[in-house]
Design a protein around this ligand. Structure first.
Ligand code: CP
Length: 359
């Protein structure tokens, strides 16, 4: 059964096809009004959301389908101790497709291994957020007319910003891409993205702490919120929270056709005055998220008509090497067997299959 857990589950051709479908939906919405008649989507949100959950629900409704679900863990039986695996098996009895957001890294992956319907990762802790990436890709394509030959700056919380991890992985599939990673030392990009994606595929990138220095060279500036909910130490959050604020003065340093993206919600990192700048694309980006989620639902439901149980290759797996990431789903669901994958045979690097942290 095809699911979307990591953006790398889709090839570049599939991403381009989703973008083409989304553009067709925008041009001809009536063509799609009944495409999901009698189909049900579950939105299982164990963590707060405005855009992702409600755009998924709007997407399914605009395709003629129905929606059920919950918006907080406390109103589900997870609060009584039900596992992710059991929740996925139960929901498979009721719906045709499900979107899951969870604070634990790897939770949607566990769901996908136990569900009999497609599972969509709607954000797992500080790990990945592939459907935000779909929104980002459509936005860049619509704003700039291309996805190749771009210099993209990521600014803010690159450690916990899951949207950054997924977008870097997606953009590394396109040609002529260069990244500029702008963050405080404490919030640098995790090693699994840096080594598995940037180094492995020899994608050029710069690391800097200065937004002002980076701005003149960027085609896309991807601002992010410092993710308070991921910090163990509140003092550290308070020290770092206003590291970067994009304002109209700084926008003067940028190219005339640069576009500013932000997955939202914003707190303080883009001043409201920037909203009036035509280069500010973040509200259009939120709308694009709905169209891409419509395209995604259509694709996964179509593929579910011909389900092929995709087995995980066991060739590169190593069992019973415990993961030490306190935020991994395997820390709370004890029946999950600790499993790691050899991601770099030369170096012998093992990474947890749930959260991708080094074990
Ligand atoms: N961008 C995003 O994931 O927003 P929500 O948290 O509101 O879903």
């Amino acid at each position: 059964m095809r699911s979307l857990i990591s953006i790398l589950d889709f090839s570049k051709e599939e991403l381009d096809q989703l973008i083409a479908t989304a553009k067709d939906i925008i041009a001809n919405p009536e063509k799609y009004w009944d495409c999901c008649k009698h189909k049900k989507l579950a939105t299982l949100f164990f963590e707060p959301s405005t855009r992702t959950r409600l755009s998924f629900e709007a997407a399914m409704m605009e395709l003629g389908g129905s929606v059920l679900g919950f918006s907080q863990a406390s109103s589900s039986s997870a609060s009584k101790g039900e596992s992710m695996a059991d929740t996925a098996k139960i929901l498979s009895c009721y719906v045709d497709i499900m979107a899951i957001r969870h604070p634990r890294e790897g939770a949607p992956f566990v769901a996908s291994r136990n569900a009999t319907v497609p599972v969509i990762n709607a954000g797992d802790g500080g790990h990945q957020h592939p459907t935000q990436t779909l929104a980002d890709l459509l936005t860049i394509s619509r704003e700039l007319g291309r996805l190749d030959n771009l210099t993209i700056g990521f600014c803010g919380d690159l450690k916990y910003g899951r949207t950054v991890h997924s977008l870097i992985e997606a953009m590394s599939r396109y040609t002529g891409i260069k990244f500029v990673l702008i963050s405080p030392e404490e919030l640098k990009l995790p090693n699994y993205v840096r080594y598995n994606t940037l180094e492995k595929h020899r994608i050029p990138y710069e690391v800097t702490t200065s937004l002002e220095d980076a701005l003149p060279n960027l085609d896309v500036l991807y601002m992010t919120r410092i993710q308070q909910e991921r910090f163990d130490d509140l003092d550290e959050y308070n020290r770092l929270k206003d590291s970067y604020v994009l304002n109209t003065e700084k926008m003067k340093l940028a190219k005339k056709d640069m576009c500013v993206l932000h997955p939202l919600p914003r707190v303080n990192e883009i001043s409201v005055a920037v909203d009036d700048d035509p280069r500010a694309a973040y509200f259009r980006q939120a709308l694009n998220g709905k169209y891409m989620r419509m395209a995604l639902i259509l694709k996964l439901l179509e593929e579910a008509k011909d389900p092929q149980k995709e087995a995980i290759s066991t060739n590169d797996l190593v069992f019973d090497r415990p993961c030490t990431n306190p935020k991994c789903i395997c820390q709370v669901e004890q029946e999950l067997r600790p499993t790691a994958r050899i991601t770099d045979p030369k170096e012998g690097v093992l990474r947890c299959i749930f959260c991708e942290k080094k074990v």
